[in-house]
Every structure is written in structure tokens, then in C-alpha cells.
Design a protein around this ligand. Sequence first.
Ligand code: ADP
Length: 513
Amino acid sequence: MMVSVQDIWENVRVAREMVLTNQYETAGVYYQGVVQQIHRLLPTIHEPNRKVRWQQVQQVVAAEYENLKELTNTIAMFKSDNPSAMSDRPLGTSLRTSSFEEPTRDPDVWGPPPGRDPDVWPPPTPADHNRSQVKPTRGPRRQDSSKSGPGRGAKTGAKKGGTETKTGRTKKDGERKDKKDGDKDGKGSDKGGEGKGGEEEEEKRFDPSGYDRDLVEMLERDIVQKNPSIRWSDIADLHEAKRLLEEAVVLPMLMPDFFKGIRRPWKGVLMVGPPGTGKTMLAKAVATECGTTFFNVSSSTLTSKYRGESEKLVRLLFEMARFYAPSTIFVDEIDSLCSRRGSESEHEASRRVKSELLMQMDGIQSTDSEEPKVVMVLAATNFPWDIDEALRRRLEKRIYIPLPNREGREALLSINLREVKTEENLNLSQIATMLDGYSGADITNVCRDASMMSMRRKIAGLRPEEIRALPKEELDLPVTQEDFHQAIAKCNKSVSQEDLDKYQSWMREFGAS
Ligand code: ADP
């Protein structure tokens, strides 16, 4: 599918406009689309100067997107049902799990070492005012552990590193942990040698001694995602994918003793499918539903982050995942570990990272059998054909995440319209039929666009002060069928039939569900 430069600019413009009008989720979808578009555009550019300029654009857009994600995460913490969640992740700490591949990045231009704040990502966004204030000091916690935590006080008292503990863990946390781990918490055989609390369980902390402290901090800060807060019910359709993931990932976490020997869990599960179909959401839901520690890393982070440190990063990632087991390691865009073209050194770097990843995946279940450490690798790709045989073999389950069917599209419409007013006779079923071929992310785009139509009509031709003076009720009108017709006419589907055919033929050859 040809990418039009004009489309890219238009989408960037809309993304920024959305940020300025506080429509962060919509902005996120637009940014994600732009990142994908530039990613597709780059290989078609052959003129070197132009390519470099587009790479710069890619970096700026990706940085804006990262800042936006950081901002939305911060907002999500405010919305959390526990105010102490705010203390879990300091404002301004950077989320550097870049969610796109930089295929032709100059291998000599590497990101800054961890712990030092970069100038490489300078764009001004609303998130910037949050930046640079607090140095992160805390390590990861189990999923949801913040939900019923005791509040800031207990945590701020924790010392950094070593056998750091957090006291005052709530009973609920302890219960959840028991459910997941059986009685293994008490064994204390892990690195870090943390003690076992009496009545109040103390939280495990990874001991950074012997490791690069900056890397440990970076992982704890940026890769370990606390409380992704996505549940199965937030994801429309995809029943088969949910069932497969439940069997392949959730059950081994819940009953580690059963999944031994011939029943050993799959080494890895690969989710394949067009962009915007909910793969990342599924990974987050897996982590939420089984309450595992969730390590969310994109391949571009693994291959391009720190010169010479990438294999260390992978080793440490698995080491920490075992320590905090049960864990889910989610590797987004795993194809970029295999498909990086360009200079020799670039190739070499990703080759080494991939080898380390393969070794770690092979060793995942080989720890002592008395206390099995369940670490699941969950990977996602929009480009499965770029994955080589060695990696494919480790990703034993390969499941297809399709475009939503008609019921799925209707469910997506309902989910997306949960928070806006709609006219009484809005016919979702008819809209769902019109959206045949649209991905989940496309449908989210359409809904956002439709929900802004009345506002657009109201403010057309007005000056900023007049817009500011408009009462909210005048802008917040119910979304109508006609709004949807207009939005659908404007928003094209992002996945072509040609792409779908490619997925289908790959799945026919390599699928394993
Ligand atoms: P992928 O990882 O497949 O590219 P994501 O999981 O990041 O896609 O989804 C992108 C966005 O699209 C989500 O934030 C959500 O708004 C929407 N979306 C896609 N699929 C679904 C779905 N099945 N249910 C609900 N929302 C969805």
C-alpha cells in the first residue's frame, strides 16, 4: 500500500491538534498510525538526504508519541483506584520503550546510556512540563500491587537497591500472590535474598549488585509496567485469541505444577496480525488477568538502545523476570530483531541480541524444578514473514489476530462510544457493516472523528477567544449517524486485501494455534 506524504502530515497535524485539545487517546492512535506510515515509507526512499530527513521526522514523531504515552500513563495513575499509585512511578520518568522500528538508524548514533537524560528526543509536548523532576528510585512490583497498597509513606521509606523491601503490603496482595505462586514466596532462594515478612509480607526486590545498576534501574523504570489495567472485557471480539492465550499463558501461570514435562508451557507465543488489531491490548490483558509482573519491551529498545549493552539488557531482562516470576515478557515488533538491514555493525548488534534472546528462551524453564519459575514470552508482529526460522521455532504457538468481524466491530463501536453521548436511534449495526475491513484502531479513529464532528461544526470560523467562551453543553452534542457517515468517508481502512492475503498465506504455512 502506497504511503502518501500528505497523509502523514495531515495525521501529524491532527495528532498534535488532539494533544492540544487534551484528546490524548485519539492523539495516540494518530501518532501510532504516523509511526507505522513512516516505517512503511522509509524503505521506499532511495535518495540519502531525503532518507536522513525522514529518519529525523520519524525520531521527532516517535518522541512526541513517547511523551504522550508518558502523559497518559501519568493521567491513568491519577485515575487509579488507589492514590498511592502515584508514588509508583515518579512523574517525568521516561518511558523509553519505543514502539517502532528504526530500520536505517545510523549505528554510530546511539541513544544515551541509561540514567542520563538525553537531548536526542527534544520535542516540546505537553508532557514536557512533567519531565526532569524526580529521579526514579523504586523497583518493580507485581501487577496491581499498587491497587491496594498502603500509600506513599511506606514506599518512600524503602532504601534503594540491595535487599530493599517495602513493608505494609496489603493482605489482598499477599492473597493474590499466594494464588499465583503457591507457597514459593517463602523460599527466599532468589538473588536479593529478601526476607519473608511475618504477617505483613515484604516485597521482593531485585538485587542490582553484580549488575549494571543503571541498566537495572532502567528496566525497573521503563520496561516493567505496573498495572496495565486492561481486562479481557475491554477487548472486543477476539474470543479465539483470548481462549488460546488463556490456555497457553494464563493457565501455566495459575497451575505451574501441572504444566511440567510433556505438558511444559510453550516457550513463547507469537501474535501475528495487521496493525491495530489489539495485540498489545491482549498482552496487557494477559498480564492483568493473571497478575504477573509485566515486562513490556519493544525490539527496537533491545537492539538500538545502548551500544554494547543490548545483550546485557536481554540477560538482565530474563534474570529479573525469573526473579519476579511469574512474569510475562512482552516483546513488541519482534520482527525487527531479524529484519534490520543496513550496515554490518547494525546487523551484528541485532544478531547478538537475537542470539541472546534465543538462549534465554531455551533456558526459561530449566531452573530448579522444586520452584518452577514461570516466565512466558509473548511476542507480537505485524511482519511475520521477516521472522527467521530460529526465532520462529522458539515461538512455538503462533496465533493470528484478525481484523474484527461484524459483531466485533459493533462491540468495538460500543466500547469506543462508552463515554460520549449518542443520538437515540444511532444504528451501530449499520455502522459496523459499513466498517467492513477496518481494524480496531481504525474503528477507534472513526469513533473519535465522529464524536468531534459537532464540535468542529460549532467552532468553524470562530476566533480562539470565541471558542473559549462557548459553553461546554453547546459543544458536547450527541453523536449522530450522519457524523459517522462523514467520519467513515474521511478515514480509510489501513489494511489492504493484499496485506491480508500475505498474513493468511504465512499462517497457512507457519501458523500453530
Ligand atoms: P496492535 O498491537 O495489534 O497494533 P493495539 O493493541 O495497540 O494494536 O491496539 C491499538 C488500538 O486499537 C487500541 O488502543 C484500541 O483503541 C484499539 N483496538 C484494537 N483492537 C481492539 C479490540 N479488539 N478491542 C478494543 N480496542 C481495540
